[in-house]
Design a binder for this molecule. Structure first.
Ligand SMILES: [Zn+2]
Length: 380
């Protein structure tokens, strides 16, 4: 196997692949601290360029020495470009801003300030934050958008990626960053559900040249099902040794499916959000994951707020080694949840993050991820 594919070597350490990164949108994975994350086996986190430029603001982050120093997290950080926020805010409601070829203007609700994000600005911010993986600004769409919208998004995404690469190289030269201090630059492939547009986008981005790529656009259909066909197709457009990030994918079953397609990096707020809503993940098979074609159920949900939890003296999972499971019972968690104590949020978050780390350990050891799927499973 190609060495580059198993581990990413970054200025603040390494990320072993595949990897699940919790979302620390505003510079914190809610309810846990950096040492909790380390204990859970988290190797890197994703932070959000757009939200951080609003709060605490880029000049504050820079004066505090960047995100690593500000947040007490000495390990790798991926910053996303802000492109997804343009999609989730502006495409859903035009009163929150506008997108044109120059860039994106945000008018966030409750703010009297406008925020401009251009491809160049996005790169400047991410580098000033000290990110380990910098992501090009992209024009994100939903799979249900029209062909014309997708076509426009691909054209803009490619033009912006070129501008991002130019700005990235200019700043790297200006800062005279040595190779080992240089972040990686990823580009995002758009094109919605159209094979020809995904291909056009990927080919143009490969021509410009990046260290890795992301699957862009909302990855689920309107029923919440993974867009398996187009996600598989898009992975095959990029040489397998180049790392690929399945942006926003974090449901355990979807992580497994995409890892077996050859995706390496996953990030989502889902496991931590589920934890806060008392939905905890539990493995139902002892060590390994079922083979791709199997319908065997390998994990289940434990609802701590359920009445069944009131007198349950067992840990959430006997096979879990997290702080929550090694010390506390489901009944105690239920009690903490009912009295709304913040300790519940911390313990539940720790458990789901440890589950995701254990899931990744299972994936790292399996042949479908190390060698890619057998050919007959690739062309579903
Ligand atoms: Zn646990």
């Amino acid at each position: 196997m190609n060495q580059h594919r198993t581990t990413l070597h970054l200025p603040h350490g390494q990320i072993r692949l595949p990897a699940f990164l919790p979302d620390a949108t505003l510079g914190v994975v809610r309810n846990v601290d950096s040492t909790d994350l380390e204990q859970c086996g988290v190797e890197a986190v994703v932070m959000n360029t757009f939200h951080l430029m609003q709060r605490p603001g880029s000049s504050t982050i820079t004066s505090l020495g960047g995100l690593h120093n500000m947040t007490g997290w000495p390990h790798p950080i991926i910053t996303d470009s802000g492109g997804f926020q343009a999609y989730s805010l502006i495409r859903q409601n035009a009163k929150f801003g506008s997108i044109n070829d120059k860039g994106i203007t945000f008018l966030p609700e409750g703010s009297d300030r406008k925020f401009h994000l251009t491809p160049e600005k996005s790169i400047q911010l991410q580098l000033s934050y000290g990110a380990d993986i910098v992501v090009c600004l992209d024009d994100c769409t939903h799979v249900d958008n029209s062909f014309e919208t997708q076509q426009e998004s691909v054209k803009r995404t490619n033009e912006w990626a070129e501008r991002c690469k130019d700005e990235f190289q200019r700043l790297i030269q200006q800062k005279r960053l040595l190779q080992e201090r240089k972040p990686l630059l990823f580009a995002v492939i758009q094109g919605g559900g159209y094979h020809e547009l995904r291909k056009q986008c990927a080919e143009a981005l490969l021509e410009i040249g990046f260290d890795g790529f992301g699957f862009g656009g909302w990855p689920l259909d309107s029923k919440g099902q993974l867009l398996t066909d187009i996600i598989t197709y898009t992975r095959e457009l990029v040489p397998p040794e180049l790392p690929m990030h399945a942006l926003g994918i974090g449901h355990p079953a979807n992580v497994v499916e995409c890892a077996r397609m050859g995706y390496h990096i996953f990030d989502s707020a889902m496991p931590t959000r589920d934890a806060r809503h008392s939905r905890l993940y539990v493995f139902t098979t002892p060590d390994s994951l079922p083979a791709p074609a199997s319908t065997e159920k390998w994990f289940s949900y434990l609802y701590v707020n359920d009445d069944k939890a009131i007198k349950n003296d067992e840990p959430v999972s006997r096979s879990c080694d997290c702080l929550c499971c090694s010390r506390y019972s489901v009944a105690y968690l239920h009690h903490l949840f009912k009295i709304k104590d913040s300790l519940f949020l911390r313990l539940a978050t720790i458990h789901n993050l440890r589950f995701m780390a254990q899931l990744i350990e299972r994936l790292r050891s399996e042949q479908y991820v190390q060698q890619g799927l057998p050919a007959d499973r690739q062309s579903r």
